[in-house]
Design a protein around this ligand. Structure first.
Ligand SMILES: Nc1nc2c(c(=O)[nH]1)N[C@H]1C(S)=C(S)[C@@H](COP(=O)(O)OP(=O)(O)OC[C@H]3O[C@@H](n4cnc5c(=O)[nH]c(N)nc54)[C@H](O)[C@@H]3O)O[C@H]1N2
Ligand SMILES: Nc1nc2c(c(=O)[nH]1)N[C@H]1C(S)=C(S)[C@@H](COP(=O)(O)OP(=O)(O)OC[C@H]3O[C@@H](n4cnc5c(=O)[nH]c(N)nc54)[C@H](O)[C@@H]3O)O[C@H]1N2
Ligand code: SF4
Ligand SMILES: [Mo]
Length: 807
């Protein structure tokens, strides 16, 4: 460690470039900026864009960017291929003929805006603005832009990642930790220190719990995987909790290969060992935690021996991991999507949050840091909500039974409530969808055929995307071409320093999300859109003191772009994250300035008032997946494999990048991992296409990757696949149904509080694809879906679960 620190201290950063934002080099203009979307990514690493004659030709990492240290993934390196791709949408398009016929005519932006404006005004007048649904995807360039657009232009509270049941991405971890800690946590990999790994106050984590997350591939939620690689090189040990043997598991002190969807069982056993063996941090628990006795009582019988047969992890491994976690200098939890893609989402979040708390790993060096957004600019969902008439706002589509929604913790609408409104017309029919950054049919929708059928009932649909997608083909009336990252002026502050993207090239008539929202906003609700252009709008976002969250930022967007050393892109003073440790001792977390956490009790709530208020168990609990060896043993006899999936790959961001020759050269087909034992048992072989089928008769096909990464009895498939090279018209829709893992997932089935969905823990069987087999898109074209369903209701379970909650 000392050697590396010395190396960093001596490093002459200026040897790379002078820190200016733009310069000329070998006939290129080089621009120093960041990238996040499109094509999409959660992060926002520093890039040097090399442009010539108005074209992006090359992308390199920016060595002076302290966030990414000059490192880039293949998706950023390959940006020129995406940006210059001939299939990109060049002009606004209007459908003629029926939906799904792939018949489009070019129209002007004015024509598009006129038609949209006319329809929106008429819908608001006749049906109320709540009948407009605004849809966005994850982490793209829409995090604050689309919520503001929904409120200040469309005036609707119905904003959603439509099709994605149970808020099954990150949100449960966010609200879970907000309730228990009053803040969200992120692994302290030195990212708040301008001098990073060389900072003397920072220590590499003693152990990192990589739990249901693949950080090198996903770089999710404000965290870069290579930071952890650096930590490992500086001595951090790994505990990997993952049914698959990942890069991390292969290097771990303990690999705990839980049965998918049983993480809460393993977590409760870890808590049991830490408490029973008296390994917890007494001082921290006494001074800063509330509800320890209740927690101890809850886990008193959750011994490793109790857990082992349920979660399928060896009891001694659970014990060893618990001891390592509790006795290391620090433990950080790099948690991931597996937390919410299971029905016990809030229970496992709770258990692991408690484990970090009672071992004293909150806001400590190399532990779990409590950081907020840059300059406290936390404007996301809810931005502009004050422009929605309170009576309209009260009509937000949320499930009647969900306490979380009633408390408005989740400020977006609920996708299943929207689906029910479309299918049943109750409480009101939906008149319009505005889809900006979502390809629901290929990716976010838990039942794509059902989603499509529902959307066919919606009279007017607009999609704004850089590419023609299966979703746009299937349901759009108007498609708007969206600019890529080097073609737009933008900014973001999420988990990050203030970052900007700056426009250096053009592509035909494509416009940025900012331009589209602003131009349409000015037509429909001019009073809420006072800004002259995208740059002014961004400056407002960064500097508006009155907006929720407030901000101390006083630079314009242009200043930010042109003085990167002042904010994001340099080794000094690059953002205002407060790197102070133990902020709770110093009165830095609560609005009243008192020591403690920003919770009702001022302590970390091991017994959570927030959870209790939402109608969720205030202590850790487990719920078995709706279908599992324990909950539906009969179904398990015929469907003996546990299906997990959606693990990220380097080449793709969700359904994106499938057009790019380089990515398809590396990763031509959707892959399902099958163990050598199961290949033998089910008569399938490496490289062969197989069917994966569930008890409802839903199926999809992928190619076998025979590998020891998965254990016998478990398979792991990929999500987000469609084939831009295939026919886009109905019924094929670029083959989007045929390899779609989400034929198997379900709307209307969630965990406590309407949160979590069993996406990564289902039952299936596998068998070889034969020539002449009926394809999923043919079944859907003929029958509508694989099984019948009642409007607004979940599918009837094939077998009623016998085991449910364990608490
Ligand atoms: N390249 C790329 N990066 C991405 C994305 C992308 O599509 N491509 N998507 C982005 C988005 S929106 C998100 S949410 C993040 C998600 O990124 P991650 O949080 O890393 O999630 P996944 O890659 O889905 O799964 C992580 C691990 O969970 C394991 N797993 C599966 N089931 C279970 C289970 O029941 N329990 C446990 N403990 N583990 C399980 C899988 O084997 C896998 O190794 O990635 C973001 N980054
Ligand atoms: N089975 C299974 N399904 C999953 C997952 C899984 O792990 N397993 N992961 C789930 C998760 S965690 C998530 S978050 C969802 C993600 O789902 P989404 O975020 O909705 O991702 P996509 O469906 O790929 O749709 C994104 C679309 O936006 C376009 N786009 C990209 N950038 C921009 C931009 O800046 N502006 C605009 N206007 N458009 C842009 C892309 O071209 C693409 O068509 O998928 C979920 N689906
Ligand atoms: S994480 Fe990878 S793809 Fe995302 S911005 Fe950084 S380098 Fe680019
Ligand atoms: Mo996600």
């Amino acid at each position: 460690m000392a050697d590396y620190r010395e190396f960093l201290e001596k490093l002459d950063r200026k040897a790379y470039h002078e820190g200016e934002w733009q310069w000329q080099e070998d006939g290129y203009t080089v621009t120093r900026t960041t990238h996040w979307s499109p094509p999409g990514c959660h992060m926002g690493c520093g890039v040097l864009l090399y442009t010539k004659d108005g074209k992006l030709e090359r992308v390199e990492g920016d060595p002076l960017n302290a966030v990414a240290n000059g490192k880039l993934c293949m998706r950023c390196l390959d940006l020129p291929e995406a940006v210059n791709h001939p299939d990109r949408l060049k002009y606004p398009l209007r459908r003629f003929g029926e939906r799904g016929q792939d018949r489009w005519e070019r129209i002007s932006w004015d024509e598009a805006y006129d038609e949209i404006t006319e329809r929106v005004l008429a819908i608001k007048e006749e049906h109320g603005s709540e009948s407009i649904v605004v849809v966005h995807g994850t982490g793209r360039n829409i995090g604050w832009q689309v919520p503001y657009f929904a409120s200040a232009c469309m005036e609707t509270p119905n904003v959603s990642t439509f099709g994605f049941t149970g808020f099954a991405c990150y949100l449960p971890r966010m609200i879970g930790t907000s309730a228990k800690y009053g803040d969200m946590i992120i692994v302290d990999a030195s990212q708040a220190h301008p001098d990073r790994y060389a900072n003397p106050d920072w220590q590499a984590p003693g152990v990192v719990l990589v739990w249901g997350n693949e950080p090198i591939k996903s770089n999710a939620d404000g965290f870069l995987g290579h930071w952890l690689v650096q930590c490992v090189q500086m001595g951090s040990k790994i505990v990997s909790v993952d049914p698959r043997l990942t890069w991390w598991g292969a290097r771990a002190a303990y690999w705990l290969p839980v049965r998918p969807g049983t993480d809460a069982v393993a977590a409760m056993a870890l808590l049991n060992v830490v408490i029973e063996e008296d390994l917890y941090d007494h001082d921290f628990v006494d001074r800063w935690c509330y509800g320890f006795e209740a927690l101890a009582e809850r886990v008193a019988d959750k011994t490793p021996e109790w857990a082992a047969p349920i979660c399928e992890v060896d009891a001694e491994a659970l014990r060893g991991a618990a001891r390592l976690i509790a006795t290391s200098s620090s433990c950080a939890c790099q948690w991931g999507l597996a937390f919410e893609q299971q029905i016990a989402a809030l229970g496992v979040t709770e258990a692991v949050a408690d484990l970090m708390a009672i071992t004293g790993n909150i806001d400590n060096p190399g532990g779990n840091a409590l950081y907020r957004c840059a300059f406290l600019i936390e404007k996301r969902y809810g931005l502009g909500d004050e422009y929605i008439d309170p009576e309209v706002y009260a009509k937000k589509l949320i499930p009647a039974t969900s306490g979380i929604n009633e408390s408005n913790i989740v400020s977006c609408a609920d996708t299943d409530a929207i689906l029910a409104a479309i299918e049943t017309g109750e409480p009101y029919p939906i008149q319009m969808f505005w889809i900006q950054s979502s390809n629901a049919l290929a990716c976010a929708s838990m039942d794509p055929a059902r989603t499509r059928a529902a959307l066919m009932k919606v009279p007017f649909i607009v999609v704004a995307d850089p590419f023609m997608t299966p979703t746009a083909q299937a349901v759009a009336d108007i498609v708007l071409p969206v600019a890529m990252s080097c073609e737009r002026n933008s900014c973001r502050t999420w988990w990050t320093p203030v970052r900007t993207m700056v426009k250096v090239t053009d592509y035909y008539e494509a416009k940025s999300d900012e331009q589209i929202c602003l131009e349409l906003g000015k037509r429909i609700k001019p009073e809420h859109w006072p800004w002259a252009d995208d740059k002014e709008w961004c400056t407002w976002y960064l500097t508006d003191q009155l907006a929720p969250g407030g901000t101390e930022y006083d630079r314009t967007w242009e200043d930010t772009v042109q003085n990167p050393s002042e904010n994001s892109c340099n080794g000094t003073a690059y953002w205002d994250w407060d790197a102070t440790y133990h902020k709770y001792e110093k009165g830095m977390l609560r609005p009243d300035g008192q020591p403690g956490f920003n919770t009702p009790t001022g302590r970390i709530e091991l017994w959570s008032f927030g959870y209790d208020h939402w109608g969720v168990d205030p202590l850790p609990y487990h719920i078995e997946p709706p279908e599992s060896p324990l909950s539906t043993p009969k179904t398990f006899e015929e469907f003996p494999l546990i299906l997990s999936g959606g693990g990220r790959s380097f080449e793709f961001f969700h359904s994106e990048h499938r057009q790019l020759p380089t990515m398809r050269e590396f990763h031509p087909d959707p892959l399902i991992m099958v163990s050598p034992e199961d290949c033998k048992r089910f008569g399938v072989r490496d490289g062969a296409w197989i069917w994966v089928e569930n008890s409802r008769g839903a199926r999809f096909k992928q190619k076998v990757k025979e590998t020891i990464e998965v254990m016998p009895g478990r398979v792991h498939a990929e999500h987000g696949w469609w084939f831009p090279e295939q026919d886009g018209a109905e019924p094929n829709f670029y083959g989007t149904y045929d390899s779609n893992l989400n034929n198997m997932t379900e709307a209307f089935r969630t965990g406590q509080g309407g949160i979590g969905s069993a996406i990564k823990s289902m039952l299936c069987k596998i068998y070889p694809v034969q020539e002449g087999d009926v394809l999923p898109h043919e079944v859907i074209a003929e029958k509508g879906n694989f099984a019948p369903y009642e409007p607004g209701k979940p599918y009837q379970p094939v077998e009623e679960p016998v085991v449910t909650v364990m608490s």
